[in-house]
Write a protein that binds this ligand. Sequence first.
Ligand code: SF4
Ligand code: SF4
Length: 400
Amino acid sequence: MKTSNKTNRRQFIKVTATGLAGATLITGSDVEAKTRKKKEKIIYRTLGRTGVKLPIVSMGAMRGESKALIKMGIDKGIVHYDTAHVYQKGKNELMIGEIFKDQNRDDFFISTKIVPDDMDRKTGLLGEGASAEKFMKNLDISLERLQMKQVDLLYLHAISTKEATLHPEMLKALKTAKEQGKTKFIGISTHKNEPEVIQAAMDAGIYDVVLTAYNFKQDHHDELKAMIKKGAEAGIGFVAMKTMAGGFLDKEQTEPVNTKAALKWVLQDENICTSIPGFTAFEHLEESFSVMEDLKLTKQEEKDLEFAREYAGLYCNQCDQCKGQCQKGLPIPEIMRAYMYTYGYRDMSQAKDLLANMGVENDPCASCDNCTVSCVKQFAIADKIKDVSRLANVPDEFIS
Ligand code: SF4
Ligand code: SF4
């Protein structure tokens, strides 16, 4: 089917979910004509072999206070909303459920993500506790919170190794979820060792979609871009996350990343179907949505990205080059990611959960006189750890 940026949301979902042959095009009412006019600038791309066409800007709904933002996103024509089993200990899925129970479910594309049980976040490997049964139990909990019988896309979440991508219990769970109609499509999400995970996803043959970190600050961008191309040619649909590379260059948030430029930069890669920025403000949503007017970077935007590229900023590119350097065996890349969530995205909940998951307590460097960790971005590792690990002592009720 030919892609048109003039087709409205309902038409797209109807056509693409059933295939062109079985599609029932909705006749234009006055209301729909107005909607079409309002949304005519929306650019759509196809999500790989799923055949689903989505606007190139979607929404990562990571925070509870996103409710009003999601409603605004619905009004603007955003179709795809992404959540996860772990976000805000389930409150995020509950919020999505509350919002979409009053919407026509067929108009939207909802994804959730589940981290395998018993995954060692340092090594990315799964232990004996990673079973299909537990995964399916978590999926049932997610569906109940979402008040849905089926999600459009279910991701195996936060995967960084080929072993986890190809883990027999996880493949079994994902296949079962699809067979039982609990998800239409299967995906995998990764923000570390992405090329390895993408290759393994192709080898597995069951993944329809890869959700990958992708931004202008990644040192391994060329390798990742080439692997995405290879995956796209094999029929995998790609969704980009972490497009804002931390959102800010400093913890005081006086130096913002030019988020519009950062998003344009990602979407210039036509193998990326859509992106899921985690909006935190109405202006942010407006600005990101406006990239669809013209994906070409202006001279000033190019300069802004160049400046941000040179600046260490808040974004740890998860390169693992500091692996094994800490005398106490601390998971430095994960702690630096928690630092970015805290000061870049102001998402203390996700940062705290990540630290707790890694067993990082308050001030773990206290008894260490000499830091042996060297970061390629010259992050002051010990200072950042001392700073962010204070979250371990903050009660949950003080964290949004
Ligand atoms: S100061 Fe902290 S990060 Fe550095 S080596 Fe010691 S325990 Fe590890
Ligand atoms: S802390 Fe530095 S060296 Fe370690 S993964 Fe992040 S960017 Fe790479």
